[in-house]
Design a protein around this ligand. Sequence first.
Ligand code: FEO
Length: 394
Amino acid sequence: MKHAVEISDKIYWIGVNDMDTDLFEGIWPLPRGVAYNAYLIDDEKVAVIDTVKKGYLPQFIEKIQAVLGERSIDYLVVNHMEPDHSGSVKILRQLYPKMEIVANQKTLDFLRGFYGIEDGIKIMGDKESIDLGDKSLTFYMTPMVHWPETMMTYENKTQTLFSADAFGGFGVLQGGIFDDEVDLPYYENEILRYYSNIVAKYSPMVQKALTRLSDVPIKVIASTHGAIFRENPSYILERYDRWSKQETEKGVVIVYSSMYGHTQTMAEAIARSLACSGVEQIRLHNVSRSHLSFILTDIWKYKGLILGGSTYNMKLSPYMDMLVSTLDNDKLKNRVFGVFGSYSWSGGAVKALRDYAEKSGNQLLEPVVEAKHAPDDNSLDLCRQLGKNMAESL
Ligand code: FEO
């Protein structure tokens, strides 16, 4: 998509696809790439909404110029300062020196710190508006979705919500850019992965934002990542509501660490028991093999979570420790937990998992199964019982 795409009357998508970056935020894998969406409103006053990652500036400028020619930009709205969106702010200001940056009070510190920009900034408060001529923009403060300065911009005439990261996901745009043009289940999974990896910790703030937007008529949701929802914006609003309330689907995620195969044998006994008990959605992850990004996506989706730990140096193995620490930080709730594991000469892993499960406030099922050395028939029977109890609890 070399040039801008008109998404509604004189509002253009001027985003870019990044197929080069391996890790988003230096953490999360991008096997399907990621799109940085930005928008241009061509009115009496010209407004650009967000920019793109710094390395994609040439394509970004080309799209702006395809719409504007030699004309200038009046306003650059900065909804969110994470550099995947603000990375081209400084150079855009140099190219269009009269362009005012429209932001909120909390944005100032970031503009100064990241880019040394201190002037030509128009500070907007919650629900304040600017007139563009035919169209107008109203700003909604949505702090901690997922940075403190995050806001959303609403265009009143077309009822378009420029929502920053909210409702966006990983994955480049592959020709289609609207919900009615793309393979929606494919993008939904990438939106959930983005949510569970990056936004989940701030679920209570997402709920606040959804409440604040509940009386705003929204025809189009234009996020900074992924597809634009114009046919059915409620599709993604409903999912965001469910995910941020930590409402789950029927299914079980088993995540285990295993050094010699013994904890894996226990995990597979549990998984088989779940299947025999009628659970259709079972996701089995070796925590040393599956990236945290994909494990979190499954955990955020399903009600059951069974953690299996092999003991390493009297503690959890490093990758399992990282997972537990992440879940603790994300304040995972509304789940049913199971715990199992094994050790060779000193316990530790099962105790750590049990401690986390109890501290988390989630329901912890019996039996908690711990095997010394290789699991014997009794241990495997207990694993099967855990699977059965989990199936009954869903
Ligand atoms: Fe897409 Fe928080 O940046």
